[in-house]
Design a protein around this ligand. Structure first.
Ligand SMILES: Nc1nc2c(c(=O)[nH]1)N[C@H]1C(S)=C(S)[C@@H](COP(=O)(O)O)O[C@H]1N2
Ligand SMILES: [Mo]
Length: 198
């Protein structure tokens, strides 16, 4: 989806105060979940303001249509990683499945160990966002969110929940894990919306 890949426009792709890294840093709070049997230890819940609440098995999630996208990611701690390739289930598929009610205006992603991240519904639904199971052609490693992580590249990367286990649709915005701990409710990297007061 990028038309400026690899040319002198690279600078335009890096938000203020970010440094490009070619590595793939690992960043999270808490323990990396270890699964031995996804069929019994894992499920994905779609709930809140939807026509039909549901809990999907790993098999059911993996049977949904998939897509590949390429994007840049920006961590609030100052690193950006360009040209990531992700494969996963587009947000549209999740939306179609459950039917989002018109009252829904916000989304709260739920990850393993009760970790959460919030965002406006409009941002959640942006084409290109997906629930990813592959990065650069390889299955996600446990550190990077195996078996499934969210990817929303236009906000700081902390909104991209690793080990995601559900999505809740809400009428009012509700702070997630980092947002309760002083981070910005929206988190636009191009406006340096790092902390609540930015
Ligand atoms: N479940 C969960 N997801 C999370 C986090 C976390 O602590 N828990 N940290 C976020 C932050 S701050 C960043 S920068 C990215 C890092 O993803 P990576 O480790 O794959 O680079 O994951 C995000 N997703
Ligand atoms: Mo981050």
């Amino acid at each position: 989806m990028f038309f400026n890949k690899g040319n002198d426009q690279t600078q335009d792709r890096v938000p203020p105060n970010q440094k490009v890294t070619t590595g793939f840093p690992v960043l999270h709070y808490g323990e990396v979940p270890q699964y031995t049997d996804l069929a019994t230890e894992w499920s994905f819940r779609i709930f809140g303001l939807v026509e039909k609440e549901m809990t999907l098995s790993f098999e059911q999630v993996m049977a949904l249509p998939t897509n590949q996208v390429q994007n840049d990611i920006h961590c609030v701690t100052g690193w950006s990683k360009l040209d990531n390739e992700w494969e996963g289930i587009p947000v549209e598929e999740i939306a179609k499945l459950a039917g989002i009610k018109p009252e829904a205006k916000y989304v709260l992603l739920h990850a393993e160990h009760g970790w959460t991240a919030n965002m406006p519904l409009e941002d959640f639904l942006k084409p290109g966002n997906l629930f990813a199971f592959k990065h650069n052609g390889e299955p996600l490693t446990p550190d990077h969110g195996y078996p499934l992580r969210f990817v929303i590249p236009h906000l700081y990367f902390w909104k991209s929940a690793k080990w995601v286990r559900g999505v809740e649709f809400l009428e009012k915005d509700k702070p997630g894990f980092w947002e309760k701990n002083g981070y910005h409710m929206y988190g636009n990297p191009w406006k340096s919306q790092r902390f609540a007061w930015d």
